[in-house]
Design a binder for this molecule. Sequence first.
Ligand SMILES: Nc1ncnc2c1ncn2[C@@H]1O[C@H](COP(=O)(O)OP(=O)(O)O)[C@@H](O)[C@H]1O
Ligand SMILES: [Mg+2]
Length: 309
Amino acid sequence: MIEVSGLTKVYGSITAVRDLSFRVEKGEIIGFLGPNGAGKSTTMRILTGFTPATSGVAKVAGYHIEDHPIEVKRRVGYMPENVPAYGEMLVSAFLRYVAAVKGVPRGDVGREVGRAMERCGLGDMANRVVRNLSKGYRQRLGLAQALIGNPPVLILDEPTAGLDPKQIIDIRQLIKSLAPEHTVLLSTHILPEVTMVCERVIIINRGQIAAQDTMHNLTGGDSESLEVEALGVSDTITPRLKAIGDVTKVETLGGGRYRVVSPRGKDVRGAIVQALSGSECSLVGIQRKGRTLEDVFVEAVAADRGGVE
Ligand SMILES: Nc1ncnc2c1ncn2[C@@H]1O[C@H](COP(=O)(O)OP(=O)(O)O)[C@@H](O)[C@H]1O
Ligand SMILES: [Mg+2]
């Protein structure tokens, strides 16, 4: 649904996006992550036709963004970082205006606006002035305007930024409900959110891809690890751990700590207790060590701490 190849965007002396290539398949919700200034918003603005790329190509819903900008705009709902809305307008009037701009047939506008407000929990706000909306409702309005016209592709730039925890849960549920009819590219800073909503993740850093994979593979794939703490000589402990049937790898972490890797789903804790129940060593503790998305993120962007900004 989204195909990006060699995308580059240069602003004067800054290369915001450098030779970026990735694909998003139909019905996927992809987490688009990266530190501030990584180039997420720039990529999203290019994909939605708001900024031209310096070089490279991108196809959205089968259309080249440069050759068929109108076709692309018709098929993409875009929620930009700062939701633009005409402050003096009523919520319902603003959404009707968006529907008209998007070319929704006149006879369908009422139904379409009603559906978007309903879906985003804006029903009670229809006759409020946009300017007076709280941050939470403003974000909902941003999402509602993206949904108008029922576009197959949604590009959401930090839709939960600035919301309180309850509002974040609401918007997250809503985004989750968009798949599989919609394909969603979602940027956010909230990593647990990605863990809950996205199946696949693209991490960019300094305008380049730093990591991309399924959540499953990024967070350890088919193996899991334990951190074992034991007193005694490492030369005694390591071979004992390695000798356990399902243990695939043992790393010495120092300070009497060891990382023990085994296939996901195989519980080797009992075997570890037995293996270390000798007189030369004593087991002090075993802890599950899941690799979180946060670990992956920090590693992926570690090559360049500090970022661009
Ligand atoms: N219109 C612009 N003019 C000049 N530089 C820009 C412009 N927009 C973004 N940048 C720069 O491009 C880089 C990427 O920005 P952006 O895409 O907003 O990152 P992100 O959304 O990941 O925080 C930053 O260094 C930013 O300062
Ligand atoms: Mg941004």
